[in-house]
Design a protein around this ligand. Sequence first.
Ligand code: PLP
Length: 391
Amino acid sequence: MRDKEVEKLIKAEEKRQKSVINLIPSENYVSDDVLRALGSVLNNKYSEGYPGARYYGGNIIIDKVEELCKKRALKLFKLNPAEWHANVQPLSGSPANLAVYSALVPIGGKIMGLLLSSGGHLTHGQKMSMTGKIWQQVPYEVDPKTETLDYEALKKLAIAEKTNIIVAGYTAYPRFVDWKKFREIADAAGAILMVDMSHMAGLVAGGVYPSPFPYADVVTTTTHKTLRGPRSAIIFAKKDERSFDKKIDKAIIPGLQGGPHENAIAGVAVCLKEAMSPSFKKYAKQIIKNAKILAGELKKRGWRIISGGTDSHLLLVDTWMNGKGLSGKDAERALEKGGIIVNKNTIPGDPRGPLDPSGIRLGTPAITTQGMKEKDMAKIAEKIDRILHKK
Ligand SMILES: *Cc1c(COP(=O)(O)O)cnc(C)c1O
């Protein structure tokens, strides 16, 4: 690079990424091919609109890029193009969710979403998010005893509140979600079922986490977490007489966005193809294996794992232990000094505030990309235990 100042920072970040143990479950390390697509001349083109119907000329090749990406998105998740539509233009996960609500929920309508403190995302109608100002959140929580979803309680709530949409799929929920039960709840309440599989898309693609597609009306996902692609997002919509597909396309443009980031869309196409490979299946399997072992090794050392364990790529650790341990913030800081990157996280029924909560969230997608296996998990657990006890 000619700009030495920026180059130096990129090199420094590259070095940092290689020198730490990264346990942030929403991060990953993408392939050189994905980076190549992101850094390509596709960045230079304006292509507002959709393939075959753009506001600008010169989009013959760009149309092919976007069509390829859409085709691969449907193929990866085994979706019939006659039944499902993919929009690959959302700039990231948050704008994707915003687009779905603006397409399908009247202003002031109700979004039933898991509270942040239980593992939900800001964009699931949280008060401090615009999604909680334009619409009204019907909040739900995990059961305080089991620390998992109570589907019977959810059904009662959805019916009583007459919610317009139900959002399932979370940011910090370690267990499998029963999508079928959510379908039954949505049907009983006359609500739309949206699944936000941002965190587990790669696990679903790899066949190691239940697919939401047989049950959901709409599925949103980021592409940069377990799916291991560029920072971007996809919205999948069921094609039927309700025209969700057309409404969502219109909500993206002209509703919310201008020109799509076709360089990112090309990168998404690359990661989708990578995710179809047998080696990605192995990768997805190893992610969960690693997370289960990490949870077990921490448990063995006396740490309380929220809900008792994990079915997925992430786990939540209660570091506060009713005042006997550390706050999540202190734990995060101590671990960072020791070269382990995690994020502080609220735990169900958190006795402390969200800014300095009672736990940490650990995930295995990034370290599994680096090739770590079972034996490495025991070492990491040992190191975490040592650092947190020394504090
Ligand atoms: C990460 C995430 C998002 C938001 O994605 P951004 O790309 O950070 O905007 C939305 N929903 C869930 C469940 C997520 O985990």
